[in-house]
Design a protein around this ligand. Sequence first.
Ligand code: BG6
Length: 483
Amino acid sequence: ATPGRLDIVIFGGTGDLAWRKLLPALYMAHMHGRLPQSTRIIGIGREDWDRDAYLQFIQARSPGLIAPAAWSPTHWQRFLDCLDYVALDLAQAEGCGGLSQALSTDALRVFYLATAPALFAQICARLHADGLIDPQARVVVEKPLGTDLASAQAINAEIARHFREDQIYRIDHYLGKETVQNLMVLRFGNAIFEPLWRAPFIRSVQITVAESVGVGSRAGFYDHTGALRDMVQNHLLQLLCIVAMEPPISMDPDDVRDEKLKVLRSLRKMSPSDVKRDTVRGQYTAGVSEGAAVPGYLQEADVPAQSRTETFVALRAHIDNARWAQVPFFLRTGKRMQKRQSEIIIEFSEQPFSPFGQSPGQQANRLIITLQPEESIELAMMVKEPGSGMNLHPVRLSLDLQETSRQRRAEAYERLLLDVVKGRLTHFMRRDELEAAWRWIDPILAGWRELDEVPRGYPAGSWGPAASSALMAREEHGAWFEA
Ligand code: BG6
C-alpha cells in the first residue's frame, strides 16, 4: 500500500543521477498522482547551499530532460514545492547534520544512495548513529556495487549492519524497463514458447546492448570501471537471467530471485584460456557517430593517455544446467557503437529435415526482442515466396509494443522508485544474486590481467572490433544478427 507520508532522501542530490534520472522520474510519478500528497524529497549534497540554491541548480538542469509531452510548468512548480536540501559534507561533519530536523517523524523513509559506493558504509553508519533508520525505512543502492567480489561483499556486509535484507533495494534499472518485465510475461504467460525454450530447440542466444554515446563527462568514474563492470556484471547478466531462468512459482521477490540465482550459479567459470578464447575487449578510436566526427576514448576529457579501459566487451557464456547445456549465450555491449540498439535474439535450431530441399532463403527461426530504442517483439519465420516453385523466404511477425497499448509507459527509474515506495522487491537484486554475478565476473577480470593485452581498437560508429565478428565466425554459420 502507498503510505500516507513519504520522505525520499537522495544522497548525491547534486550528482548526475539525481538531476538526470531520479528527479525527472519523481516528477513524472508526482504529476500522475502516484506519490502520496505529502511527499518530500530531500537532496543531500556537499555544497553549502540553501534550499533556493538547490532549486535553482535543479531548475537549470532537469526540466530539459522531461519529455515535452509530459512537461507542465504548473506541475513542475508543485513538484519543486516538495523539494528540500540539506548540506552535508561527509568528510567533515559528524552525524547527519540537519537531516534529522528535515525528516518528518511519521513518514516512510526512503534513503537513496546515489553516491560513490565508497561512501555507502559511512552514510549507513551515520544514519544509524542519528537514529534515523526505523524498521520501515528502506535504502536504495545504486550500482556499481563493488569492483569485484570481495569489495561487493564488504559493501553488502556494511549495509547489512544497519538494514535488514528486506529493507535493501539494490537497483539495476534494466529490471525496471517495460520490455524486460514483459519478457517474463512472454515466457511464462504464453504456452507456446516454454516447450521450445531449451536445448536442443534453441541453438544460441545473443544479447546486445549497444550505445551510440561515448563516455561523455563520466571518465572519472568510467575509466576505473570499464564495460565489463559497468554493463555486463549487472544489466547484461540480468537480461541473461530472465531469458534463462526456470519458471518461478510466483512473482514474490524470493521466488523470482531464487530462480535467477540458480542461473548465475550455473554460469560456467572461465579459465584464463577460456578468457583468451571467448572474450573480446575493445576501446573506441576516433570515428563518425551519427553523422558527426567524434574523438577516440583516449582523447576524451579526463581519460589517461595510456588507459587500457575497455569500452566494449563481447563474450561467449555457457550455462551448465539441463535446460541450456551446449547452448552458447553471446553477450555484447559497447559505447560509441553504430547505433543505440538493445536486443535479445533467440536463435532456434534448424528444421531437422526440409522437404523443400536446399532453398537459398531458408534460415532458422529467430525471436527478436528489442528493448531500445523502440520496444518490439518479432518472430522471424519462413513463408513461401510468391510465384511458382516452393521457395522459402524469411518474414517477420512483428509486434510493436508502443502500438499495442495507449497507456503511458513509465521510464525504468519511475517504475522502480514506485516499487520501493510500495515495498516490492521483485525487480531488485538480492545480496546472494549480486555476489554470484561477481563470482562469475572475477575470473574474467583475472584472465584479462594475466593476458595483459591492450584492448582492441574499433572506430566510433562501428559494431566493435573485428575480433568480435571473429568470435562469432568460429560458430557454425555464426554471426551477430542484425535486429
Ligand atoms: C548505466 C551505465 O548503468 O547504464 C551507463 O552506467 C550506461 O554507462 C547506461 O550508459 C545505459 O542505460 P540505458 O537505460 O540508457 O540503456
